[in-house]
Design a protein around this ligand. Structure first.
Ligand SMILES: Nc1ncnc2c1ncn2[C@@H]1O[C@H](COP(=O)(O)OP(=O)(O)OP(=O)(O)O)[C@@H](O)[C@H]1O
Length: 256
């Protein structure tokens, strides 16, 4: 089966140059944080940036950017992305629900349908980089998202406490099946740097990311520390103002 058999076209008014998917083996490892911060890095470099929050049942992008309210709709029924303080265009289920605390209890095909609409029924105005916060895992829903959107490359986010090797292998196999290049691995919550002595403590155990990357022939793009200040800023909707020097190298190597 050709991997683009179900691929959806953008609306003729829209244009998107590169699409980067952010995936993880399970929820809660920091996929949304990496998506948000990579988008901010791209914006800072002067690119026009969009985010599709395809994590339909656990959308966390709007909150991180302090966005609320509803997406606009054009006269010809296209969605208009919400725009963050620094100009990043965002679509998310939290911006279409009647009430942002409503649970999303849709089944797989409906979820995939919403993601397709985020891609094709939205006005994407000259976007250089589109970041897609993928549904967690390697099951049916992320697979359908892969089939619907022409993803140019993926970043796999893991944390040290996961069964990392198995999860990375699954994600690698999914990407191979879909013929999507893997840009590299990001290990989140990698260590905690003591503010007093500067020592790096591996709170969740020893990192094996370098060995796994070597085994799979992948690049480690970044190791992100546990930082309570980051969590606080994300909770306050201020992710655009997070200092994230540990992602600079990854951003420089991917966003050109
Ligand atoms: N390195 C970090 N330091 C401190 N807090 C972090 C870090 N990474 C993530 N967090 C916090 O952990 C929580 C989960 O992160 P995030 O929403 O990015 O994960 P996720 O993988 O997208 O989860 P889900 O799939 O459930 O949406 C958030 O509150 C986030 O602010």
């Amino acid at each position: 089966m050709a991997n683009n058999e179900f691929r959806e076209e953008l609306d003729p008014q829209s244009s998107v140059n590169k699409v980067i998917g952010i995936v993880s083996g399970k929820g809660g490892v920091g996929k949304s944080l990496v998506t948000s911060l990579m988008a901010v890095k791209a914006m800072t470099k002067g690119f026009r940036v969009g985010i599709i929050d395809a994590d339909i049942t656990g959308p966390s992008i709007p909150k991180a950017f302090g966005l609320s309210g509803k997406l606009g709709v054009t006269y010809d029924q296209l969605m208009v992305p919400a725009v963050t303080n620094t100009g990043i265009n965002v679509v998310s289920t939290n911006l279409i629900l009647e009430n942002e605390t409503d649970p999303v209890i849709w089944r797989g095909p409906v979820i995939a349908g919403v993601v397709k609409q985020f891609w094709k029924d939205t006005v994407w105005n000259n976007i250089d980089y589109m970041f897609v916060d993928m549904p967690p895992g390697t099951g049916d829903v992320p697979l359908t998202v892969f089939q619907s959107i022409p993803v140019d490359g993926i970043i796999i986010v893991t944390s040290p406490q996961e069964l990392v090797s198995m999860i990375v292998t699954k994600a690698v196999n999914m990407a191979k099946k879909m013929n999507v290049p893997i840009l590299g691995l990001v290990e989140n919550m990698s260590y905690f740097e003591c503010p007093d002595c500067g020592h790096r403590h591996e709170i969740f155990g020893k990192s094996h990311i370098d060995e796994i990357a070597k085994k799979e022939g992948l690049k480690v793009l970044a190791k992100i520390p546990i930082d309570p200040e980051v969590a606080k800023q994300v909770d306050a909707g201020l992710v655009e103002y997070v200092q994230a020097p540990w992602l600079d190298e990854a951003a420089d190597s991917i966003l050109k």
